[in-house]
Design a binder for this molecule. Sequence first.
Ligand SMILES: [Ca+2]
Length: 565
Amino acid sequence: MPPCSFSRHATVSVTIKLDLYFPAHIFLPDPNKCSTSRIEPTYDTARRVTLENTVPRNINRTNSTRTITAVVVLLLLNCMNTTVSAAASRPNILLAISDDQSYPYASAYGDKTTNTPVFDRIAREGILFTNAFCASPGCSPCRAALLTGRHTWQIEQAGTHASSFPKKYRVYPDILEDAGYFVGYTGKGWGPGNWKVSGRTRNPAGPVFSKHKAKVPRGISKTDYARNFQDFLERKPKDKPFCFWFGASEPHRAYAKGRGLTMGKKLEDAHVPPFLPDTPEIRSDILDYCAEIDHFDQHLGRMIHELEERGELDNTLILVTADNGMPFPRAKANGYEYGIHAPMAIRWPIVVKSGRTIDDLIGFVDYAPTFLEAAGLDVPSAMPGRSLMNILRSEKSGRIDPGREMVFSARERHSSSRWNNWTYPIRSMRTHDYLLIRNFRPNRWPAGDPAGFQGAPFGYYDIDGCPSKTFLIEHRKSQSFSKFFHWAIDKRPEFELFDVKNDPGNLNNLANDAKHAALLKNLQHKMENYLRNTGDPRVIDGGDIYEEYKRYSRIRQFPKPPIID
Ligand SMILES: [Ca+2]
């Protein structure tokens, strides 16, 4: 017998009665822990439907006889349906992740060029997060960190781009599936990379639901994400909660050039980051990027409509974000703000008080622990991330958790863009006011070797091919624009320090500024300690192991550089 006087039936009955009379947030003894903890009386949509179907609508405090009758009926129903209720009391989990979208490109953040009413609704009816940071500025390592709840430097090959995904690192969809969840994904799961070579039988994001295709404009994925989600829901057993990964391929390049303008977006509305030239060409490229963000948002809207139709929306924890920053020079594949700072919002109305904006620093390693805790599961000790449940349950806005002092992001190899398929190792540490970056191999080219491949005049292949990259290369000697080119491609010092509030484009490196010397030392110490304590090979033994991890995508050949490090 557990050392506790509450049975599961008794607790459920009390919970239902409270659901009739009291607000959603009440503290009761937890029968499992015998300590005061939170119980969500309106947690269970299936149970609430039962309630509405069986209890007279006019039940009230003055009609005690009918109230007692209702409670007795509910007690009996619960005795009959304990197993079903136990499963249904867990929320559905919907992760919606776009591909290459930076903060603040969503209309909820005030961006004028994106049109994201669905993201805005999630934020309005839940929480808008202003400080969520990707685990890596690249697709596969960031997705692997999200899936495992571990930093990229803790998951071997999965911590670099387009490699493999060792089977020993468990992912949250598998853990939830073992706990009774129905699991699936559509669009882009974990990738690019080779999960089969690791002995896995499916993408780490789960079983794929991507067979439904749609007619779409050029540049947009043919996968009909929302229709596939519908397919997934139709296959879901009624008594199981679900865990679904909606991975859009947008706004990853390539874009149909000029599509943003064609859609009616205006050049003057485009938010041009400080490290890009403010020209019509760049603005138009940004409009095309925003047009693809809109596509992601529209499919999310169809998914939410589907959940509403099925009565499943309010018991679904929806988290919307992006895997890394915008595919522009000095953004994606960089440790700077526009490479790692992501849009993020969460809606889960039976637990989360709406209309809040949270400024706490959030890392992608926090999401798997959040999903597991929301599902009532233990968070494995190997996950360094911290569940967001305390923030979700809080009713406050602003900064909530004083323990959230810093978040980390990391990259190794991105594209094949240097001699010998070298990586470009970066670690970023973001506090509320500063961004510290360590470039572990400062003799290498951060955006890739300058030499082109197979006759191309220029390389820099860690920058996606695009009109903005072409513009920088073509204007590299222009008096007005050469600085933008050099910001994107020049070699960087080992340490960079930025004041993120006054320098959101991260252009003024304070690492050599005497006034910031003490701060730099303090932050370097914190970064070193954290990386060492979490087993980062880069600080423990130099991290040359990263050069050995196989890349499964295209490999390019470059001339041997003068310095081999
Ligand atoms: Ca991406």
